[in-house]
Design a protein around this ligand. Structure first.
Ligand SMILES: [Zn+2]
Length: 329
């Protein structure tokens, strides 16, 4: 009897680990996106095309739907950089269709920017800003989610839109473009979960993360209830004075101009583990300083949390008047 129980426990443990993404996979994906060959993933470069194609290959392997009417995942994006030069690049957009007849036309928008700042002045002989934490790590969180759902045969009740944005480092350009040219209707998009810099644990400590703008909607409360039974803790935003809420792509969805009018805004937040570690926008933001143990746990945990959000009967709602005045108009 004991032997049978042990055998069963072994099989179950094997099933669970198989259904999660391994540390080796996380390391491989992150290493490719932040390799020296990517030259710091600056928007408009050839290397960004390579990065976009790499991300798209994951979308395809995970069975995501391509952009309606296209045979690829690329949303062309063009904008002017701060020098006034025209930049032509692309967002990478894929859809995991929902399963619930009543909820599948509602969307959860899961995002991470995949660009970085390119080559800069050398520090200790290294001039390539690899952007392992900023923001290959956020992209890997997204990739993990789609692969975990595929492996586990999970179809969430609501549909999940995955978007890797270009141009964040040039002023949230890819997300602004998507907000003005949404592939799926924003009126039906309930919440934006944006991932930024989730590769480190030195300052926050292991198994801790935060949500920018955490007091503005009920998302933090919903996440905390989803974390019951895990070893993760959503801490209060420790850097309120830095206003990180406005400094990443989630801000493009907080209040949106549609046809010239300020019309619509959805609860939109960034999930992060950056504790002001000094690798930010420096060439040493590279693979060899990543905490892969903590990061692998994070990206697997966040798959479950996102699924709970996609499956819960109620939508995420603003709790702050400052933002709710735009919602639903
Ligand atoms: Zn970033």
């Amino acid at each position: 009897m004991k032997k049978i129980f042990l055998a069963l426990a072994f099989i179950c443990a094997g099933f669970i680990s198989q259904a999660q993404t391994s540390q080796e996979e996380v390391k491989e994906w992150l290493s490719i996106l932040s390799s020296d060959e990517m030259k710091g993933r600056k928007s408009g470069t050839y290397q960004m095309l390579q990065a976009a194609q790499y991300i798209a290959s994951h979308y395809e392997a995970a069975g995501l739907k391509m952009i309606p009417g296209q045979d690829n995942y690329f949303q062309p994006v063009s904008f002017s950089n701060r020098q006034g030069e025209k930049i032509i690049d692309r967002n990478v957009v894929g859809l995991l269709e929902g399963s619930d007849p009543a909820l599948k036309d509602e969307y959860i928008l899961v995002t991470a920017h995949f660009d970085h700042i390119g080559i800069s002045r050398a520090v200790n002989g290294d001039s390539i800003n690899n952007g392992a934490d900023d923001n290959a790590s956020g992209v890997v969180a997204m990739l993990t989610m789609m692969h975990n759902f595929k492996k586990q045969g999970i179809q969430p009740k609501r549909s999940i839109i995955f978007v890797a944005f270009t141009g964040e480092e040039m002023g949230l350009q890819g997300s602004k473009y998507y907000a003005n040219n949404p592939v799926y209707p924003l009126e039906k998009t309930n919440v934006n979960l944006n991932f930024e810099m989730v590769a480190h644990s030195e300052k926050l400590g292991k198994r801790k993360f935060y949500l920018t703008g955490d007091t503005y909607s009920d998302l933090a409360t919903v996440i905390r209830s989803s974390l019951n039974g895990t070893d993760w803790e959503l801490i209060d935003d420790p850097f309120r004075e830095m206003q990180l809420f406005y400094r990443s792509d989630n801000a493009s969805f907080v209040s949106m101009k549609i046809e010239g009018d300020m019309k619509y805004g959805i609860p939109a937040h960034t999930l992060c583990t950056w504790g002001t570690e000094s690798h930010y926008h420096r060439p040493n933001d590279q693979v060899d300083i990543v905490d892969f143990e903590n990061m692998t746990s994070f990206v697997n945990m966040i798959s479950k949390v996102s699924l709970d959000i996609a499956n819960r009967p109620a939508q995420i709602k603003w709790t702050s008047d400052e933002f709710s005045r735009y919602a639903g108009k």
